[in-house]
Ligand binder design. Sequence first.
Ligand SMILES: Cc1ncc(C[n+]2csc(CCOP(=O)(O)OP(=O)(O)O)c2C)c(N)n1
Length: 637
Amino acid sequence: MFCPVFMSNKYPLLNTIDYPSDLRKLDKSQLKQVCDELRLFIIDQLSCNPGHLASSLGAVELTVALHYVFDTPNDRIVWDVGHQAYGHKILTGRRGVFNTNRKFKGISGFPNPKESKYDSFISGHASNSVSAALGISVADEMQHNHHNVIAVIGDGAMTGGLAFEGLNNVCVHPNNLLIILNDNNMAIDKPVGGMSEYLMDITTSKYYNRLRFKTHHLLKKLGLMNDNKKNRFVRFANSIKNMVSGSSNIFEGLNIRYFGQLDGHDINQLVKVLNDIKNFEGPRVLHIKTIKGKGFAPAEQSATIWHAPGLFNPETGELIKSKDAENISLYQDVFGQTLLELARKNDKIVGITPAMPTGCSMNIMMTEMPDRVFDVGIAEGHAVTFSAGLAKEGMMPFCNIYSSFMQRAFDNLIHDVAIQKLNIVLCLDRAGLVGADGPTHHGAFDISYLRCIPNLIISAPLNEYELRNLLYTAQLPEKGPFVIRYPRGKGVGAEWKNQEMKEIPIGTGKMMKDGSKIAILSLGHIGNVAKDAILSFKNDADKFAWYDMRFVKPLDTKLLDEIAQKFKQIVTIEDGSLKGGFGSAVLEYYSDNSADVKVKRIGLPDKFIEHGSPDDLYKMLGMDKKGIYNALKALLR
Ligand SMILES: Cc1ncc(C[n+]2csc(CCOP(=O)(O)OP(=O)(O)O)c2C)c(N)n1
């Protein structure tokens, strides 16, 4: 692979900046060049080592301005989601290792305080920055340190409930929080909802903004904006501004001073305004307008594709598709296509996605049936409760949420769905290890945290066809809440397109292969790896029986009884946490029924798994073909 970055010295000024202290030595007039080189560096690097491109390109000027104006790491920056923080990583001691970004044993693709003191807080899941930065700022004030604390949050993440909760709380405690709203009018897909329309409105109303600015300056002159810690003055000033402009500002309504909007690519203006408002006390919002993918034409034009584009040619913008297993479908596409087919036949079916229509392929149904798919914004809890409301009135919602993001909606599922036993199909994409996104994104815990909830059916397909059949089964009448978890990436090449859909009886597993000594019970896609491990035994392969259990709840207890009759040694395999997972469920059943069997469990250990390719990670954990083979071999002995 041609990696331009290793061959040329295109970044003379950037190469002199190892840390923000180096940046701060530069003259303001040099900052534009820093931005240009930083942007080029990100494009070059990501062309041969994929990552989150468009968001980081859009945040280049903001990143340079923040590290130039503020005394980082003493002043703290909290990046929301963190996928826009590549520039931050490069300017804070990680330029030399940036080519290891997201790779196994390399630096993380998201800010992580374990990696650098410049990373103030963990990032990965959206909308936590306001709350986290508020906590940091309040702690800082309580300890009389008086540092600046800055939350950088996108317009997409600002739609998340957690961000609203944080905003609501911001004016209550003494703090010095600066919230930078990095508004590119994009999430991964187009942003949705009232907040995003509102931001468009305040953005486009120049008259309104000019008037507010003028009023603000007047109030400052009159001394009414000086004592910033005294909320009543801010509130008073805000109401005057609202009166004068004839329109209210949502942030000012919450008693947070609002500045904006500003061209987020004008480095000089950014530096000036940040310097201006840096020493104001009390909470402030600075609203900047940026372009997602700024400086790389293909990314500016198609920000969704270039959110995380994979390999590409930096000169032409051509995406380089992997030729590996081209004919094999992604699980998400099996979901998307099958959902559309089901929806064509059943007009009660609706799709719900919290801001991931492209990521989960619900955009397939969205294109044909825009009125029956609801993108609800980055709002997993709301997505589940909204689905519950739909189900209560007789609709058949398919709510698709990535496994790790589903963690946000735990109570919604218990309180709003499970207790009422509503007919909802909850599709958990990206279950198991997701790879380069790492611990914030691995779908490691869903089996454990769902298994304890009464009324749930929890299933995992072995392959594409089984996913199709589970989707079909789940929408049949009166099944109650039905979870289907499946991994990121490709299936195994099982025929599924245009295949007739068949009902799978709830709570039934299936013997895939008989054997004489050891029974292997797998849940979901990882069963294919178990099968390969068995087949590598060649002559001894007939010693292993293999069962695709399909459901972790309800368990196929009839099948478990039969297995216990025949085998003394049982092995469970799952791509989820061992603590409370599928293997635990099997153990509990055998223990409760005094079965005389030994159970060895293979699954994810009780720790956060780092980032890296799924192959590297499963190998590290002994869950690849060879690892499973070795575990089985030890048992055979
Ligand atoms: C809780 C949660 N849900 C969904 C996601 C997936 N996700 C990652 S980035 C993103 C869009 C963020 O949009 P915005 O905050 O506007 O940032 P931008 O990419 O536009 O810079 C989404 C939905 C996530 N990271 N966390």
